[in-house]
Design a protein around this ligand. Structure first.
Ligand SMILES: Cc1cc2nc3c(=O)[nH]c(=O)nc-3n(C[C@H](O)[C@H](O)[C@H](O)COP(=O)(O)O)c2cc1C
Length: 165
């Protein structure tokens, strides 16, 4: 894996996350969990380069996001859609998603990504904020929350970007 600056990333981030999906991973190699995400953002906040991810409270990954300072977003270029489908439908609570997918964990700073990732972004968790329905202006947003399981937004400061050729 080669380290690059975030400004060197040529890929379209919306297509990367929304169309090809990503893995959100938190924890250490000995104890981590990952799940598929297709919602998220990359940008600038408080004078820092940041990513935003949105995690519903019932996810097992939520517990790992809470207890770890670092997390990664990793991207697979559409090649591992089946495996990402598994990570987006099974829970680490009762399934060994690593064994099921064959994704090979790699220690990245104080967190984890996978050997198969084409791009990994390591983040330091710097803030969270829970979504509140009284802030939703467009009524259709509530269609996403039949169970009132409002996402927790995590803001991560981008620490490192790694690419696999
Ligand atoms: C394409 C796709 C995108 C998803 N995006 C998100 C997301 O952004 N936030 C979220 O909380 N769950 C999202 N999910 C659902 C979780 O990936 C799914 O519930 C997963 O099984 C949770 O695993 P865990 O319990 O091991 O954390 C998505 C699922 C899929 C298939």
């Amino acid at each position: 894996m080669k380290e690059i600056g975030i400004r060197e990333l040529k890929e379209n981030f919306i297509s990367m996350i929304s169309d090809q999906w990503a893995l959100l991973t938190a924890g250490k190699p000995a104890d981590y969990n990952m799940m598929t995400v297709s919602w998220g953002g990359i940008g600038e906040l408080w004078g820092k380069d940041v990513c935003f991810v949105f995690v519903r409270p019932q996810r097992y990954t939520f517990e790992y996001m809470e207890k770890n300072e670092y997390f990664t977003l990793s991207f697979y270029g559409g090649e591992y859609k089946k495996e990402l489908g598994i990570c987006g439908s099974k829970s680490g609570r009762d399934t060994d998603k690593t064994a099921l997918t064959g994704f090979e964990p790699v220690e990245i700073g104080d967190s984890v990504s996978f050997k198969q990732a084409k791009i990994t972004v390591l983040m330091r968790k710097i803030a969270y904020q829970d979504m509140k329905p009284d802030g939703f202006i467009a009524p259709e947003i509530m269609n996403n929350y039949a169970a009132s399981d409002f996402h927790r937004t995590y803001v991560g400061e981008i620490v490192k970007v790694l690419v696999n050729d």
